[in-house]
Design a protein around this ligand. Structure first.
Ligand code: NAD
Length: 502
């Protein structure tokens, strides 16, 4: 990513204590529209100075702004107001995302239109976080618990769905009463900067929400190392997730991690084939496979294998690539140059491992519908994959599907679970008995039966195994941003023997 020298480009600065802040170094980097392959904006390259200022601002807001003494109901009302503003600005925010990450306007538009529900749900939850009065077993003693916010939360997001993944963190963190410093991906910072302007409009005190832009190794790492950060909420790849977890351990900080996946989509002999084909397509080619929940390992049972695979390939071959702003486009460009190279590298690895190309298998940048973009890759399907191949074990994060054949239910479960990841899984069957037994056996944080890629503010989301730690969404999510205090009151007239535990 290059230094931005064209001063005529739209410029995006950090956002600290309710103000746009220029980087002390004066450095900016470029942000590229993946469909035009052109630089369209410059973004502040923040370092330690901006991170320090942002964390101090968040800390002040936590301890001494009106936020610190605001009632939970008033906080909830602010979240509700923010939801209204997101609804009002959904189309504009979706366009920012498409320009920056190249994902379809149909996908980003639908995401943004749904986002207000997170703010309404967690706004409603803000004043329902109740402690307890405990039936204490000691005489003359009264004990109660309260759930309190942690302090400054560092929210670090990737490039694939910036506002949605940020909302998963911010809505519960703010409902719980924390303050936040956000570090968006260096590839897609602009929608986050436009989004945070809405907080001021909603009436959040300055400093409750701050943004530092820049690179993982600079702004990101300074943020997770900052001693006044109480909790890190991270979404990204496993490699940077491990570094962030190490930083959390060093500073003894709370940490939740939403990481990668290599999810199995399992089609049994008794499945409704038309629906299963659509589910498999949505699992791997929607968003060009650039989703953590991509169903990138397709397991198909012996009895329907030939027919299913043929019909799947025929369907996938009709997928329309093109301008992501066109509502009829189905497959968009890859978002970043390193990701484009990585996907092509994995296609070569699969070929060298002996997998058979049934569809695609290379760049699609020469196609007229792909315009000036340097980042289109053909929807690609490999057959003859065994679960020990790298193409079956490692996350590609692109439009590349690996098909594995299986015979029995036991074998399907064994293959599905034989992996380091455990984010999600799909099961296609018309048998309720099989649906329940297979979903119980799968080691994954989300199991979809006869559907795929369904997400809601009310259903917990997160990974088993190396796909993550902690949960986002649902009532569980707010607990990730709270700590419990136990308060003891003695009503005894005398303090008993001080040398014995009470
Ligand atoms: P990434 O790990 O490269 O970057 C994610 C974020 O972390 C970016 O903001 C980056 O600047 C920052 N970062 C990188 N190194 C850091 C460090 N040492 N300290 C602090 N911050 C650092 O991931 P990406 O390429 O942006 O996103 C793709 C990955 O995200 C995929 O692996 C995908 O599976 C995962 N993902 C997971 C979920 C989920 O909910 N489980 C959702 C979306 C994406």
């Amino acid at each position: 990513m290059s230094t931005a020298t064209d001063l005529t480009l739209p410029t995006f600065d950090a956002f600290i204590e309710g103000q746009s802040v220029k980087p002390a170094s004066g450095d900016y980097f470029e942000t590229v529209n993946p469909y035009t392959s052109k630089v369209w904006a410059r973004v502040a390259r923040c370092g330690e100075a901006e991170v320090n200022a942002a964390v101090e601002s968040a800390q002040r807001a936590f301890t001494s702004s009106p936020w610190a003494t605001m009632t939970a109901s008033a906080r909830g009302a602010l979240l509700h107001k923010l939801g209204d503003l997101v609804a009002e600005h959904a189309a504009e925010l979706a366009e920012y995302e498409v320009r920056d990450n190249g994902k379809l306007i149909s996908e980003m538009g639908a995401q943004l239109a749904y986002m207000p529900q997170w703010w309404y749900y967690f706004g409603g939850l803000a004043d329902k976080i109740e402690g307890a009065v405990l039936p204490m077993d000691k005489p003359d003693t009264f004990n109660f618990t309260v759930h309190e916010p942690l302090g400054v939360v560092a929210a670090i997001t990737p490039w694939n769905s910036p506002i949605m993944l940020l909302t998963f963190k911010l809505a519960p963190a703010l409902a719980a009463g924390n303050t936040v410093v956000i570090k968006p991906s260096e590839f897609t910072s602009t929608s986050t900067l436009r989004f945070v302007e809405l907080f001021e409009q909603a009436g959040f005190p300055a400093g409750v929400v701050n943004v530092v832009t820049g690179f993982g190794a600079e702004a990101g790492s300074a943020l997770v190392d900052h001693p006044k950060v109480a909790k890190i909420a991270f979404t990204g790849g496993s490699e940077s997730g491990a570094k962030v977890y190490q930083a959390a351990a060093k500073g003894l900080k709370q940490c939740t991690l939403e990481l990668g996946g290599k999810s199995p989509n399992i089609v049994f002999d008794d499945a409704d084939i038309d629906n299963a084909i659509k589910g498999v397509i949505s699992g791997i080619f929607a968003a060009t496979g650039q989703t953590c929940i991509a169903g990138s390992r397709l397991l198909v049972q012996d009895g329907i294998y030939d027919e299913f695979v043929k019909r799947l390939v025929d369907f996938a071959a009709t997928a329309r690539m093109g301008d992501p702003m066109n509502k009829d486009t189905q497959v968009d460009p890859v978002t970043t140059p390193p990701q484009y190279e990585k996907i092509l590298r994995y296609i070569d690895i699969a070929k060298s491992e002996g997998a058979e190309v049934l569809l695609g298998g290379g760049p699609a940048t020469e196609r007229p519908e792909c315009g000036e973009s340097d980042f289109f890759i053909e929807p690609t399907i490999f057959a003859g994959v065994t679960n020990s191949m790298r193409i079956a074990q490692e996350e590609v994060f692109g439009p590349v599907l690996s098909i594995i054949r299986f015979k029995s239910d036991e074998q399907a479960v064994e293959i599905a679970n034989d992996i380091a990841f455990g984010l999600a899984a799909g099961v296609w069957t018309t048998s309720i008995k099989r649906a329940l037994s297979i979903s119980k056996a799968l080691r994954a944080g989300t199991v979809w039966v006869n559907t795929y890629r369904a997400i809601s503010y009310m259903s917990p989301f997160g990974g088993y195994k190396q796909s993550g730690i902690g949960r986002e969404n649902g009532v569980e999510a707010i607990r990730e941003y709270l700590q419990t205090k136990s308060v003891w009151l003695s009503t005894a007239d005398d303090v008993p023997n001080p040398f014995v535990m009470r």
